[in-house]
Unconditional design. Structure first.
Length: 587
């Protein structure tokens, strides 16, 4: 008989690894939710990369945002030194300690004592750590740095055993821990053992490229869960650490069919139904002085007039310069700033590397939550990176802005150099719409011509328009085509005046001919009227003759009839007389 098969049971899906959010901007996105709950995490890196700051922010954010008290055990800096160092970031460690939300303990490890006795025991550390955790009910623990704890221990077997013992004790205690360690020459840490016993390892790096510093973060390993594996730039500023996640490479961003005005009515007409798509990217390129910033400011001004927030990143001019210059063409940007609708972020490109600029932009956008973003100009970023690096940065920025449905306008300076041409080609392929402004030199003048190179998803004009900037604002007019080609500026005005003069003369000549024709028409009509009168007089004479003849005939006819009647009566009388005579004779 065939054997019975065991019943098939549905496969049990693995439970999601519990994670503790750090509260650090971007780090929870990179770790897919935070650090492993109840497990130790190793944060390693060279000096100055931000290990202590990341760990102290992990403790502070946990206490303030998630109501999770934390213990910070320092082996290098004393509590008052640590509080002073992080005060510039807005963290008041002393106040948090008074509120029993965190506890900071400094432990000094005397290396000479270990060398003399040759013994090493962590029991004393466990007792102090256990007391500190229980005193405030801590959920988070930081040990900074582990090298000082094992600096006097040379026996690798004991070192490995004590490391495992320390990590296991933290797991048994059920706290989410961060242990910081210095990077070794060929290993992630000095001892080269900590990364193997840690459940999660985060590597911080501080590198200098072309005299520009950049900090990056990488998750080397994370047991039991998926995580980001790339290098992520992070920024240290007055708000602490901000990590920039690399955006998804999948082209599945949401799109919108909503349209809104560019701020230039004539340009809206060139874009068929009027304006750009919401969430799209727009490039305005041209040589110096063609009005790129003016177009960007007009776009920004229009957004603010719709009560939408706009964030303006200026890499060339200060906000005061832009506000003053735009006031001369009828735009009051200061009014939008006062209303909280417009915010400027001005810095020289050489302030940071490209990655750090990207982090700063990302952070400012997340904080201000604008609907429109301006970057003016992006070509200045080439001073701190190659064309390919700038393009890579902008790809990530555009992906992020599309995800957030934020409309962005870039300006780019065009020069007669290979670099600028490559920049235009590289950036223009990324954007949804591209406006190009070029100089038109004619008749000793330099004027501007604007045309739409491309605009994805909409019908647009292929005509060149003359771009005018005046105290009344920005405008586009049809380029005038004269006998010798395209005319702009005073040449266009002169040709228009010439044609207007010719039109006046032509009109006057036609008017004179019309008057002559009218006079001749009147003479002709007078002659016709005279002939008509003469004809009517002759006709009247003829009619009179005809009437008289008819009357005469009527009279003659009547006379005949009368004579005939008279003759008939006389005959009757003679007959009657004869008859009476005859009767008398008979008698």
């Amino acid at each position: 008989m065939p054997s019975k098969k065991a019943p098939i049971t549905p496969r049990q899906l693995p439970k999601e690894l519990p994670k503790t959010p750090t509260g650090i901007i971007g780090l929870d996105e990179v770790t897919m939710g935070g650090l492993p709950t109840g497990r130790p995490t190793l944060v390693c890196g060279s000096a100055g990369c931000g290990k202590t700051l990341l760990s102290i922010e992990f403790i502070v954010r946990g206490a303030l945002q998630f109501n999770e008290p934390g213990v910070f055990i320092a082996f290098e800096e004393k509590a008052d030194e640590l509080a002073t160092n992080v005060a510039s970031l807005g963290f008041d460690l002393n106040e948090l300690q008074q509120q029993k939300k965190i506890k900071i303990d400094y432990i000094h490890v005397d290396r000479s004592e270990i060398e003399e006795t040759g013994e090493y025991d962590l029991e004393g550390l466990f007792i102090r750590l256990n007391y500190a955790i229980d005193s405030i009910g801590a959920k988070r623990v930081v040990l900074d740095t582990i090298e000082n704890l094992f600096s006097g221990l040379t026996n690798q077997a004991i070192l490995r055993a004590e490391l495992r013992r320390l990590f296991q004790w933290l797991k048994d205690k059920g706290v989410t821990a961060i242990i910081t360690g210095e990077r070794g020459e060929k290993t992630l840490t000095r001892q080269g053992l900590e990364e193997y016993v840690s459940d999660c390892v985060i590597l911080l790096d501080h590198r200098i490229i072309n005299q520009i510093s950049t900090r990056r973060l990488r998750i080397v390993k994370y047991r039991g869960t998926t995580h980001g594996t790339n290098e992520y730039p992070f920024l240290i500023d007055e708000d602490g650490i901000s990590v920039l996640p690399v955006t998804s490479l999948k082209l599945d961003k949401p799109v919108s069919s909503d349209r809104f005005s560019s701020g230039i009515p004539a340009l809206d007409k060139m874009l068929s139904k009027g304006g750009f798509f919401r969430g799209s990217s727009i490039l305005v390129s041209g040589t110096a002085g063609t009005g790129k910033t003016s177009i960007a400011a007009s776009f920004c001004n229009e957004a603010c007039l719709r009560n939408e927030k706009c964030l303006f990143f200026a890499f060339e001019e200060s906000p005061a310069q832009i506000i003053r210059n735009m006031r001369s063409i009828g735009m009051d940007l200061q009014n939008h700033i006062d209303k909280g609708l417009l915010q400027f972020y001005a810095s020289r490109p050489t302030l940071y590397g490209l990655e750090m600029h990207l982090v700063a932009i990302h952070k400012a956008i997340k904080k201000f939550k604008p609907k429109v973003v301006i970057l003016d100009p992006i070509t200045n970023l080439i001073t701190v990176g190659s064309v390919s690096e700038v393009k890579s940065m902008l790809v990530r920025l555009i992906d992020f802005l599309q995800e957030e449905q934020i409309t962005v306008m870039f300006t780019a300076l065009s020069l007669n150099t290979v670099v600028s041409e490559q920049t235009d080609e590289g950036v223009s392929s990324l954007v949804d719409a591209w406006l190009l402004i070029r100089d038109i030199e004619l008749n000793g003048e330099r004027n501007r011509g604007l045309y739409i190179m491309k605009s994805r998803g909409m019908k647009h004009s292929n005509q060149v328009r003359e771009f005018l900037i005046s105290d009344k604002g920005l405008d586009l007019i049809d380029v005038y085509v004269g006998p010798d080609g395209i005319l702009t500026g005073s040449a266009r005005e002169a040709q228009i005046l010439l044609e207007e003069t010719g039109q006046v003369l032509h009109t006057h000549s036609i008017g004179f001919k019309d008057q002559e024709l009218l006079r001749k028409r009147k003479v002709l009509e007078s002659k016709i009227e005279s002939l008509r009168s003469e004809f009517e007089s002759t006709e009247a004479e003829l009619n009179k003759t005809y009437v008289e003849e008819a009357i005469k005939q009527d009279v003659l006819q009547q006379n005949r009839q009368k004579l005939t009647s008279l003759r008939g009566k006389n005959i009757d009388d003679d007959i009657d007389t004869t008859k009476s005579k005859n009767k008398k004779n008979k008698k």
